[in-house]
Write a protein that binds this ligand. Structure first.
Ligand code: LLP
Length: 420
């Protein structure tokens, strides 16, 4: 398995078996069962530290990528604020002990209830996304809520090279105030003149899994005159840095990404403090998903299906976006992988594929522990209970210790909301 697709502390034991955070992955599968999500805590911390250094301490972790209390706590301990996009993400971050002042509230359709909670708690920033939201904030403040600090999310309306589902800075998008139509200027004027909020900055987010530095530079250039014209203190460039998922892919590091953004801002004469909200680039490569092979079905002249005990409920990205992944055997991580198989889950749906035409060692067999790397972002967070499959547990590994941070779901959990 290429080194860059594995977590930072990945190493090979004497017998060829994979260790992460000093823990043997096959032993973790025995101890916690499968499917299992394993996160390298040192990797998560290192990426947070890299982001903090690259953006002079002004960076929020985009919690939609992967959130549980342990993750929110880790990012906060490392000095990040947390980007939350719903009352649920907000509630988990708060339950982890993150002060409201360190939260940035996002979302294209924040409810009155969500905004009221955030304002009354003293949320750090609200990133305003619509005129209706401006109305709602004004009404809440008139009703006694404290006036929030706000940023206006501007949609630059540019072409972005990524999947349509995750491109947000394009002309046809539900996010932000469109620049071209003059809505962004109108929103800035309204927020700037409102006694119900303090306008502190502008915000853009062009999309996710973006590899092209030129895309970010184009977006910044589009916004340059607006940001300069308003002379506000803060300018948030969102997240979006892509990561390699399969052999041969390359992406800029967080440091390189930040340097490109700084350069573009300097060239545009943007003097505001620049910050960002990375999600995927913090969490994706820190996590691997560990399954057990239950069935191997060789269909002569068609393909070989290798079925595992999870599937589209723990990683919906392949079925949603056609995303590619690698797969390997943790018992022999460096083995040759000459055999081509399709890794599928246990759901009642043909689209339930985790890896199409994946390469595995010749001796793969039923009962093997098999893993998919780079599954730390947008897997657990987008997981479901389809077919009433129970969500897998999450362990954080570090220095030879494995800490269960999310336990496996049980049938009782599923029944807890079912009133019969
Ligand atoms: N900031 C805002 C306002 C966002 O909407 C997002 C992601 C981020 C930051 C973090 O972006 P990142 O650094 O993670 O690319 N489910 C999709 C990705 C959706 C991203 C949504 N917004 C996927 O699995 O590819």
């Amino acid at each position: 398995m290429p080194r860059q697709l594995l977590p930072d502390t990945a190493e090979t034991d004497g017998d060829g078996s994979l260790l992460i955070g000093g823990c043997r992955v096959v032993d973790l599968a025995e101890e916690f069962g499968t499917p299992l999500l394993v996160y390298d805590e040192a990797h998560l911390r290192a990426r947070c530290q890299e982001a903090i250094a690259a953006f002079d301490g002004k960076v929020a972790y985009a919690s939609k990528a992967f959130l549980c209390r342990a993750m929110a706590k880790l990012a906060y301990e490392e000095g990040m604020s947390i980007d939350v996009a719903t009352g649920g993400e907000y509630g988990i971050a708060r339950a982890a002990g993150v002060p409201a002042a360190s939260l940035v509230f996002h979302g294209n359709n924040k409810s009155g209830v969500e905004l009221n909670m955030a304002l009354r708690d003293g949320v750090g920033r609200v990133v305003v996304d619509s005129f209706d939201e401006l109305d709602r904030i004004e009404a809440l403040v008139a009703d006694g809520a404290p006036a929030p600090r706000v940023l206006i999310r501007v949609n630059p309306g540019i072409e972005v090279h990524t999947l349509d589902e995750v491109a947000t800075g394009v002309p046809d998008s539900k996010f932000g105030f469109p620049l071209a139509a003059g809505d962004a200027e109108r929103a800035l004027a309204r927020a700037g003149g409102s006694g119900a909020m303090e306008l502190v900055g502008t915000h853009i987010h062009i999309g996710s899994q973006v590899f092209s530095a030129a895309n970010f530079a184009d977006a910044l250039a589009t916004l340059g005159p607006t940001v300069r014209g308003w002379g506000l203190d803060e300018f948030v460039v969102g997240g979006g840095l892509g990561v390699p998922y399969v052999t041969g892919e390359e992406a800029p590091t967080i440091t390189q990404w930040a340097a490109g953004i700084r350069r573009a801002c300097d060239e545009l004469g943007i003097t505001a403090a620049v910050s960002a909200e990375p999600g995927r680039s913090i969490a994706a490569a820190a996590g691997i998903t560990v399954y057990r092979v239950g069935t191997i079905k060789e269909i002569e002249g068609v393909r070989t299906y290798v079925a595992v005990d999870g599937g589209m409920s723990d990683n919906p990205r392949p079925v949603l976006y056609g995303s590619g992944y690698e797969t390997f055997l943790p018992r022999s991580v460096a083995a040759e992988r000459p055999r081509t198989i399709t890794l599928v889950g246990k759901h009642c749906e043909s689209g339930d594929k985790l890896v199409v035409d994946g390469a595995v060692p010749d001796d793969l067999m039923v009962g093997d522990v098999i893993a998919t790397p780079v599954t730390g972002a947008y897997g657990q967070s987008m997981g479901s209970n389809y077919n009433k499959v129970l969500r897998p547990p999450v362990v954080f590994v570090a220095d030879g210790d494995a800490r269960l941070v999310v336990r496996r779901e049980t049938l009782e959990d599923l029944l807890a909301t079912d009133l019969g």
